[in-house]
Write a protein that binds this ligand. Structure first.
Ligand SMILES: [Zn+2]
Length: 79
């Protein structure tokens, strides 16, 4: 089962937002998305039932459904 351990890569990501039940990380060091293998731009880890997302043009999203949370990875458009 795919999984991501933000504690293990915490020196490679920046915590942008932490509301207690959801956290947003910015990728600072090319950490790979466990879903598609490409480095992600930001990751949202949430224990909430729903999240509002505001994708920008050209953004692609990867969603990882773990046992007790869903993690959404964003990728900037191809350059
Ligand atoms: Zn991905």
């Amino acid at each position: 089962m795919a999984s991501v351990d933000f504690e293990a890569v915490r020196h490679r990501v920046k915590l942008l937002e932490d509301t207690g039940d959801s956290r947003v990380f910015e990728n600072r060091d090319g950490v790979e998305c466990p879903v598609c293998g490409e480095p992600f731009a930001e990751a949202l880890a949430s224990q909430r039932d729903s999240e509002q997302l505001s994708p920008r043009d050209g953004l692609s999203l990867c969603l990882l459904n773990e046992a007790d949370r869903v993690v959404l990875f964003t990728h900037a458009g191809d350059s």
